[in-house]
Design a protein around this ligand. Structure first.
Ligand code: ADP
Ligand code: MG
Length: 322
């Protein structure tokens, strides 16, 4: 070819299903020596499904009621978990009330007013609450918890309330547990599960081979679910319960140690990390618009294995340039 090597590398990357935004990106990609992978939407397919619907005793809600209330609050969120909830409600043909005053806290959840009640949906470790039927015996004091024991599972003393027990039970099954509060009181818990991408394990192995170190898993999800998934694909370094700014801090820390970090994410809550990294690659199909804007390159074919393939390609191109 008569094309300059880095340009032809862009063309080749395109053939592999990765869109690089400039020739400089291919050069930077050739320099990476550490990789951080997001979980939801990146290592997983990003099309999670609701597997468990557990209305809280005393909430007055049945399964459909809890699902409809949650979906109404999630309608305006573009988070994969929100799409799962809304999809499940639509599948059951449930009518959704109109929500007002929607707001979302990245890495934590959403809040909206539904039928005059404030509904909060989100991470058990980011919401604090007391069960409506919390009894007045010895453990009642432990019912209001916000992960007081700091283990990232949102479970202050490990056994503080019925809601906490349901959360733990679902997490032990590898589910992402989402807590729903109605005017601050638990309305129930949803269990949501997302399939691992079929090429996740091979991708981790290829990236380990290329960089000489195993990729790190960065996730806002709970530690239990994250470790379970990581073990399946050969990742041991797991950073769970992270907010978007924590992901940025982790990347900055490694870069301050001289590493050139490649972040692969879907841009839902990791767009700042994609921007902060030496190189950021966004998963195109699951990815948010923000991810596509922020990242240096986009995986358009929706195969994770294209990431190591393109790193390898960028190195070959660089050898031709130097
Ligand atoms: P990941 O890093 O695995 O992609 P996120 O940072 O996107 O995960 O989300 C972290 C956690 O925040 C989720 O596991 C969930 O508990 C909570 N969360 C965030 N957004 C929402 C939402 N729209 N609905 C329910 N829970 C949410
Ligand atoms: Mg994500």
């Amino acid at each position: 070819s008569t094309m300059p090597p880095l340009l032809s590398a862009i063309a080749n990357a395109g053939r592999h299903g990765v869109l690089a935004k400039s020739a400089v990106v291919m050069e930077r990609l050739s320099q990476v020596d550490a990789v951080a992978l997001d979980k939801t939407g990146t290592l997983t397919e990003g099309t999670p499904r609701v597997t468990d619907i557990r209305p809280a005793a005393g909430s007055g809600l049945d399964e459909d009621g809890l699902l409809a209330l949650t979906a109404a609050a999630e309608l305006q969120s573009e988070h994969p978990l929100a799409r799962a909830v809304v999809g499940a409600a639509r599948e059951r043909g449930l009518p959704l009330a109109e929500a007002a005053g929607f707001s979302s806290a990245p890495g934590a959840g959403v809040t909206a007013v539904v039928d005059g009640r404030t509904v909060q949906v989100g991470s058990p470790s980011r919401l604090s609450y007391t069960d409506a039927d919390a009894d007045s015996d010895a453990d009642a004091g432990a019912d209001a918890y916000a992960d007081a024991d700091g283990d990232g599972d949102g479970d202050g003393d490990g056994d503080g309330s019925k809601t906490a027990r349901t959360v733990r039970e679902l997490q032990d099954q590898g589910r992402t547990a989402v807590v729903v509060l109605c005017d601050g009181v638990p309305a129930g818990v949803l269990g949501i599960s997302d399939r691992l991408r079929p090429d996740a394990k091979a991708t981790v192995a290829a990236l380990t081979e290329l960089t000489g170190r195993s990729p790190v898993l960065l996730t806002g999800d709970n530690e239990r679910a994250a470790r379970r998934l990581a073990a399946e694909i050969g990742i041991t370094d797991v950073r769970a319960g992270l907010l978007p700014q924590d992901k940025v801090a982790a990347v900055r820390h490694w870069e301050s140690e001289g590493r050139r970090v490649l972040v692969v994410g879907d841009g839902v809550n990791d767009a700042p990390a994609l921007a902060a990294a030496h190189t950021g690659i966004a998963m195109g199909r699951a990815g948010s618009d923000l991810a596509l804007e922020t990242a240096d390159a986009v995986v358009v074919r929706d195969e994770l294995a294209t990431v190591p393939a393109v790193v390898e390609l960028s190195r070959r191109a660089r050898r031709l340039v130097v």
